[in-house]
Design a protein around this ligand. Structure first.
Ligand code: GLV
Ligand code: MN
Ligand code: MN
Length: 402
């Protein structure tokens, strides 16, 4: 099947008809549908699909379990995410293998397509959960105890999906058997369009993390409680949001509050608590630490002013990532020989490739995003660029697996 045909098949899975965005959260029916689709398409290509102990799927072309060349991405999404983030890498991997099979290529090393679980952390709040478990970047007990917004633990969700959460844990054997991992991904940001390049290569990923802030005050009546008598958690929360923007801008960093829950949520009441998630990223770890420290100190000061208590918890952290230079140079050489230019870009977006980079020589190929918008239904890549991405990935796999 062509890239376009595969794309059309996957397109409706988990798409919200109202917003046009994707709601493919892990261990939900949309997630199961995506996994079933991947399994069916990989099986049709003659690949042997295996689920690992962490909920990731691996589709093997070839029997050798040493020096394998891995590629792939994820199908889960952020709330109302775009169609390309993750899915482009999965569909391109299938299309690239089909292209290589059609031309009669026989890999000497195994080629394996990965489908990672919960890359976005949209449900259980830790991004790249599948790759973190596999590399040991998160321990199995902490992972099992992760909860979603309804209080369902990862262990419970896995059990409900027919998986054994008792088996979660690192897979050094799988990682040791990988000679390289190459993740193709839609560009997030807009660097390639002004350069007139359809494809790019990743240099590294900014260090980044998520912090949960709980501002606890006292519920009260919006029409009768005097300002002086209130302990309103919304006020220190509001100060903190503005401080985060300022602190990050001063340090060349980024800070975002994209999720907030006010309890109990009455329009005519002072909130009892406000829970908000700070996502912070910076070019280096010192700038990131500084930014978060500055945000925390404003939050603490403002909480004191309003008689509100504050608790802050780091929910995830990813140190700076530098992708393997030799692998990138090799890929650049393969592409240049085919007349494809691929500028090298740094990104603030997290990826399973970034987590795997701690254990395996890893590279990323980006496909131009003409508007740069991502984590949004407006995310887009032109079909011609996606097809160029598939051809490039096929060339890279052919070179690495030869
Ligand atoms: C993943 O897309 C992230 O960077 O949050
Ligand atoms: Mn994403
Ligand atoms: Mn992604």
């Amino acid at each position: 099947m062509s890239f376009a045909d595969l794309w059309r098949e996957l397109e409706p899975v988990g798409r919200d008809p109202g917003t046009g965005g994707y709601r493919r959260y892990s261990r939900t029916p949309a997630d199961a549908q995506g996994r079933a689709w991947f399994t069916a398409r990989a099986t049709k290509l003659g690949l042997a699909v295996q689920a690992d102990n962490n909920g990731n799927l691996w589709a093997w072309w070839g029997d050798a379990r040493e020096n394998a060349i891995a590629t792939g991405s994820h199908l889960d999404s952020v709330p109302d995410g775009g169609g390309y983030d993750g899915a482009l890498g999965v569909v391109s991997a299938l299309a690239a293998v089909e292209m290589l099979k059609d031309k009669g290529f026989n890999p000497e090393r195994a080629v394996v397509l990965a489908l990672f679980t919960e890359e976005e952390g949209a449900r259980f709040r830790v991004p790249c959960l599948g790759s973190r478990l596999m590399t040991g970047a998160i321990d199995a007990d902490s992972a099992r105890a992760l909860t979603d917004d309804d209080g369902v633990t990862l262990a419970e969700a896995m059990t409900a999906a027919g998986c054994d959460a008792g088996l979660l844990g690192p897979r050094p054997d799988l990682l040791d058997g990988m000679a390289a991992f190459v993740e193709l991904h839609v560009e997030q940001g807009r660097a390639l369009a002004p350069l007139g390049a359809a494809l790019g290569l990743a240099e590294g990923i900014w260090p980044h993390g998520r912090w949960r802030l709980v501002f606890s005050g006292r519920a009260d009546h919006a029409g009768t409680a005097r300002f002086a008598d209130r302990n309103d958690p919304m006020l220190p929360y509001a100060s903190t949001v503005l401080a985060a923007r300022r602190a990050a801008a001063e340090r060349g960093a980024l800070a975002t509050f994209g999720k907030v829950i006010a309890e109990p949520g009455g329009a005519n009441g002072v909130s009892s608590a406000v829970t908000a998630w700070l996502d912070a990223r910076a070019p280096d770890e010192a700038a990131l630490t500084d930014t978060v420290t500055a945000v925390r100190s404003v939050a603490e000061f403002s909480c004191e002013e309003h008689g509100v208590t504050l608790s802050v918890r780091q929910e995830s952290y990813t140190p700076v990532v530098r992708f393997d230079e030799r692998l990138r140079d090799r890929i650049a050489g393969v592409l240049a020989a085919a007349g494809v230019k691929a500028p090298v870009l740094s990104t603030g977006a997290g990826h399973d490739a970034g987590v795997l980079a701690a254990r395996v020589p890893t590279a990323m190929l980006f496909v131009r995003n003409p508007t740069g918008v991502s984590h949004s239904p407006a995310e887009h890549a032109d079909l011609a660029d996606c097809e160029a991405g598939v051809r490039a990935l096929a060339l890279v796999l052919e070179d690495l697996a030869r």
